[in-house]
Design a protein around this ligand. Structure first.
Ligand code: URA
Length: 253
């Protein structure tokens, strides 16, 4: 992507780009940030101890211990799911949206009111910011796949309970296996902690590449767009996370 276009998308994300000493430096809310932008490499505080392989043949359904459905029947399974009590309180299940062959899989928390109504993840204000974040990376929304930890809206937008996330996990794992993404971007605490089976804060999980699952799919954690709307000063760190993700994915053409 050319520099001008990226700067345009960074502005849509709410970041102003300052040119300093020949390098691009995103600053939050037009406030200049001292120093030079960190390169993606310097943001990596640690990497997976195993080689990060995107080898599509090394991930087996047996690792998931769940039956193999094709994509359409997986959708159907999700639609008919009554495994937890969330389904009774929501309008419809939200399977996920986008390209089932995407290199990038974005995983959020749970559908909210807008998503519950429309049956699609990230369609509200947070979704608009997510779209801008993706564009700044060089991805149109439809080029990636977007899913959530749970497929049904929790009442009053509360966090999904661990048992609800567990009920939904086989569906998400099956989606990961179908998509075979080169990278998973976990947005927000609920996504990061559930995927990584961790109770560490997002601020500590971000900034490095985690191996996900038996195939050790590279996983990058960043802040949830809804949090970024409330705390725009964190957008610069989020952009660093997205650059880290790009260092694995390569720049989309
Ligand atoms: N927040 C999420 O985590 N997921 C959505 O689909 C919408 C908002």
């Amino acid at each position: 992507m050319d520099e001008q276009r990226r700067n345009h998308y960074l502005k849509m994300m709410g970041l102003t780009v300052w040119q300093r000493r020949g390098q691009l430096l995103p600053a939050e809310n037009g406030i200049s940030v001292e120093g030079v932008a960190e390169s993606p490499a310097s943001v990596i505080q640690g990497v997976a101890d195993q080689p990060l392989s995107a080898d599509k043949d090394s991930f087996s359904t047996e690792d998931l211990a769940i039956p193999r459905y094709d994509w359409q029947s997986l959708k159907q399974q999700v639609r008919q799911c009554q495994a937890c009590t969330l389904r009774a309180g929501c309008t419809q299940t939200v399977f996920g949206v986008g390209n089932p062959q995407a290199d990038l899989l974005v995983i959020g928390e749970a559908p909210g009111a807008d998503e519950d109504k429309q049956g699609e993840p990230f369609v509200g204000r947070a979704g608009q910011l997510l779209n801008a974040m993706l564009l700044a990376m060089g991805f149109k929304r439809e080029a990636v796949f977007i899913a959530n930890i749970v497929k049904c809206r929790p009442p009053n937008n509360r966090d999904p309970k661990p048992e609800e996330a567990s009920c939904c996990e086989p569906y998400l794992l099956q989606q990961v296996e179908f998509i075979q993404p080169k990278l998973i971007l976990a947005v927000g605490r609920i996504a990061a902690q559930n995927l990584l089976k961790s109770d560490i804060a997002v601020g500590k999980l971000r900034g490095r590449i985690h191996p996900f699952g038996a195939q050790k799919i590279p996983l990058v954690v960043t802040y949830h767009p809804a949090y970024l709307l409330r705390s725009p000063e964190q957008k610069r760190k989020a952009w660093q996370d997205l650059q880290l993700a790009l260092s694995v994915l390569g720049n989309p053409s």
